[in-house]
Design a protein around this ligand. Structure first.
Ligand code: G3I
Length: 373
């Protein structure tokens, strides 16, 4: 009798546990960004080496649950993948491809041509001919290796100044202002079925946007393929340029290309540096790190309403904004903890340092629920 009672109790407990865990599973499914926005745009994150190698168990769980596309934060940049003339290090990038395959996550490769994070040997190249050889070899080898394995490439990153003119870089200096078109031409030849994008920050602002449009038109007029433009989206809490973002979505898509938000994060700390130029830095000072013991509720709410307004805008343009990628998985990973001031405690993303969703996450999700009701 006693055994029968224990048996019944055990089965009942199992049933409760089963119901609870299926409820949990459903609840988890219901709060997945990639599922909620599956008919609108893909949702991405930037991954660092630790996450690609699944050395952080919390990130290893959260990333495949929330995101269906990913961008390598650093490991496909020239400095890492092509450290010496003729020497390539593909280990981490190969691991990223395997990670994407295993978790059904598409890879947006980043980036072939960027003036920053270049290996020293490139800066030491003197002759134009040698520089041309490096340029061609780099694009052909790297894009060629991942042809058919990555969904897209940020072919050229940050080639423009704020006023829309071409940035003074080693590429402009050695190759002249056709280098952007040439980069796309080489990428297309090396990786014919991969989508090819131009990526920049502040290119939602009128002057830079005009320069960006001129650049895109120039590529197209040369008969070279460009599939989309990335607006990085490193914005500030309480100061999201919604009007300019909307105007940019309209103007860029009028060129017949896709628009993506490729590096989304929202700064909540004080700074007097705009955009994302990594060469600009500010001095360390305690007043510049005001929330090291936690984010005040008022700022948390501001962040949430900024994210809500942004996603509301993206949802107005179905089929035009095709991807929204966050620049990091959780607040602890964000580059904004170290730029433009080193060692700060920042809060720019949807998941906190414990990988738990923040109020901003729920605001963004709720937009879609309201729409469905
Ligand atoms: O790899 C070294 C490591 O060996 C060393 O011990 C450590 C000491 O500081 O530095 C490590 O390199 C750092 C690297 O990130 C990897 O963590 C660099 O110092 C640091 O400057 C670098 O920052 C990256 C930055 O690009 C560099 O340009 C950020 O993580 C990355 O988020 C950021 O990403 C860029 C996009 O590619 C383009 N758009 C702007 C965006 C933000 O700056």
């Amino acid at each position: 009798m006693k055994n029968k009672f224990v048996g019944i109790m055990y089965s009942a407990t199992l049933l409760i546990v089963a119901c609870a865990s299926s409820r949990n599973a459903m609840a988890q499914k219901a709060v997945s960004l990639k599922d909620v926005f599956k008919n609108d745009f893909v949702i991405g994150t930037a991954l660092n080496a630790t996450q690609i190698e699944e050395k952080d168990p919390k990130a290893a769980l959260l990333v495949p649950q929330q995101f269906n596309t990913a961008t390598p934060e650093n490991i496909m940049k020239a400095e890492v993948i092509h450290p010496q003339w003729g020497t390539y290090q593909f280990d981490l990038a190969d691991k990223l491809i395997a990670y994407g395959k295993k978790n059904n996550i598409k890879i947006n490769a980043h980036t072939l041509i960027w003036h920053s994070q270049l290996p020293q040997f490139v800066r030491n190249i003197q002759s134009v001919d040698s520089f041309k050889t490096f340029f061609k070899n780099h694009i052909t080898t790297v894009a060629g290796r991942y042809s058919g394995k990555v969904f897209s490439w940020d072919v050229v990153n940050e080639a423009l100044n704020e006023d829309g003119t071409m940035r003074q870089s080693i590429f402009l200096d050695k190759l002249g202002d056709n280098y952007v078109t040439e980069a796309f031409r080489l990428a297309q030849a090396a990786s014919p079925n991969t989508e090819l994008y131009y990526n920049d920050y502040n290119n939602e602002q009128p002057a830079k946007r005009a320069g960006c449009i001129a650049l895109i038109k120039k590529i197209k007029q040369a008969g070279v393929r460009i599939d989309g433009v990335g607006i990085q989206g490193h914005w500030h809490a309480g100061k999201i340029p919604l009007k300019e973002i909307e105007e940019s979505i309209i103007q860029y898509t009028a060129l017949g290309i896709k628009v993506m938000i490729t590096e989304l994060d929202i700064e909540v700390l004080p700074r007097n540096v705009e955009g994302a130029d990594v060469s600009q830095r500010m001095k360390e000072d305690p007043s510049m790190n005001p929330y090291k013991n936690g984010l005040p509720d008022s700022v948390q709410q501001q962040l949430a309403s900024d994210y809500e307004a942004l996603f509301k805008l993206f949802l107005k343009y179905p089929g035009k904004v095709t991807r929204v990628t966050f620049w990091g998985v959780d607040d602890g990973q964000s580059w904004l903890n170290n730029w433009p001031v080193k060692g700060r405690v920042n809060y720019p993303l949807l998941f906190n340092r414990e990988f738990k969703p923040k109020p901003a996450f729920y605001k963004v999700i709720a937009l879609k629920k309201i729409e469905q009701e």
